[in-house]
Design a protein around this ligand. Structure first.
Ligand code: XLS
Ligand code: NI
Ligand code: NI
Length: 429
């Protein structure tokens, strides 16, 4: 079905071709494709039927119709790999439950997953697409309604261990570059029935066991936690970057566990996307990005395709400043609106968002090359470069010593230049 989307340049008005995403163009020393590392996701594009809390499916995809579940899973894989080819994306992502149906037992589900992984292996041998990350869906089935690792019932915890082990095994077999844990139901609905300290210890142990197992099988990539403050739970334990940082320190997991950050989750937590990214780098926890956007007027995870060039410019500025992606990438955890029912809408959405990201990447490159934000930032903190002030931060001065220097000074306030900097940013986007 159709030719792969390709770069045709800024003059084009064809929504199925790229105006900015020129995969071979060099951006800060790397091909654009290797900087952005786009991944298409399985769940929103191939398993979500277009429902919302007030209405059912709108998409009527043939592979979602009734029938033999494994036959449907194979049909879905054919369509998915065709979209990966059409978009020319280097990566994809999936949950176990997106790709294979649940069996009667846990072993049955694992057998189904392994059978689909065989098919993926075959398809990946001749396709370009690789696996950015795999994950286990530990939130949809009713057994997980009170959480997976944080469930009050240890049998549910054990079941989740079985599922997560199988999902990591398959991710490893398919040479996935990361493994993601998003704790949708690792939280609570009411504190009246919740022992928070105990649940956090359970979650800490669960992740430690996963890290131990990852080392045992030689999985090289990081485990990534994806912070989100709420939805579906009223409160989620992996609330935001700062909260997860404290959690990982408490359970001694900072070396092996990093973060997968998502725009929509950042704004639900009352932060901006670049706040979360900057704090992740500052805490040595940056892993990967789920690239979507929320609606400022709605308080839930709308997972719209990322189109805001200015917002992403600030994020890519930070990523490029730190040397670019390592194992991470830009995963389209994004879904078309339920009225976007034409098959083409799915392709157009990805192409438009890839172009918006490419445009933002190029703006970020120009800003870094010009030192547009970096030069004024360095000037603002320049006083700390003086030997005497470096000695304070190096722990070589006591409070009394610095206090006595303070007695000799009369600091003069300086402008924060916010409007100047906003003007500078606008020159680039
Ligand atoms: C939900 C999350 C989810 C994760 C993967 O809000 O974003 O889609 O990315 O489980
Ligand atoms: Ni989300
Ligand atoms: Ni996500």
């Amino acid at each position: 079905m159709g030719e792969a989307a390709r770069f045709v340049g800024e003059g084009s008005t064809d929504p199925l071709q790229f105006r900015f995403y020129d995969k071979d163009r060099t951006v800060m020393g790397r091909r654009m494709e290797d900087q952005l590392r786009f991944a298409a996701c399985y769940w929103h594009s191939f398993t979500w039927p277009g429902g919302d809390p007030f209405g059912g499916e709108t998409f009527l995809r043939p592979w979602m119709a009734a029938g033999d579940p494994m036959a449907r899973a194979r049909e879905k894989a054919d369509v998915a790999f065709d979209l990966f080819r059409l978009l020319d994306v280097p990566f994809f992502t999936f949950h176990d439950a997106d790709v294979a149906p649940e069996g009667e037992t846990l072993q049955g589900s694992i057998d189904n997953l392994n059978a689909v992984a065989d098919l993926f292996e075959e398809k990946m041998a001749s396709a370009k697409v690789r696996l950015l990350w795999g994950t286990a869906n530990l939130f949809s089935n009713r057994r997980y309604m009170a959480g997976a690792a944080t469930n009050p019932d240890p049998d549910v915890f054990a079941y989740a261990c079985g599922q997560v082990k199988a999902a990591l095994d398959v991710t490893h077999r398919l040479k996935g570059e990361n493994y993601v844990c998003w704790g949708g139901r690792e939280g609570y609905e009411t504190l009246l029935n919740t022992d928070m300290g105990r649940e956090l210890d359970q979650l800490g142990r669960f992740l430690s066991m996963l890290v131990e197992y990852k080392h045992k099988i030689g999985f090289q990539g990081p485990i990534l936690i994806e912070p989100k403050p709420k939805e579906p739970s009223k409160h989620q334990y992996d609330f935001d970057t700062a909260t997860v940082f404290g959690f990982l320190q408490k359970y001694d997991l900072t070396a092996d566990v990093k973060l997968n950050l998502e725009q929509n989750h950042a704004i639900l937590a009352g932060h901006s996307f670049d706040h979360e990214v900057k704090l992740a780098y500052a805490s040595d926890l940056f892993g990967s990005l789920d690239i979507n956007r929320g609606d400022d007027l709605l308080g839930w995870d709308t997972d719209q395709f990322a189109m805001d060039v200015k917002e992403m410019t600030l994020v890519f500025h930070e990523v490029l400043k730190h040397g670019g992606m390592t194992t991470g990438g830009l995963n389209f955890d994004a879904k078309i609106r339920r009225q976007s029912i034409d098959p083409q809408d799915l392709v157009i959405a990805h192409v438009a968002s890839m172009d918006a990201c490419a445009r933002a990447l190029l703006a970020a490159e120009r800003m870094l090359t010009d030192g547009a934000l970096e030069t004024p930032l360095a000037a603002r903190y320049a006083g700390w470069d003086a030997a005497e002030n470096r000695a304070i931060l190096a722990g070589e001065r006591t409070l009394e010593a610095v206090a006595s220097r303070g007695l000799t000074l009369q600091p003069q306030p300086r402008s924060g230049r916010q409007e100047y900097l906003e003007g500078v940013l606008n020159r680039y986007v």
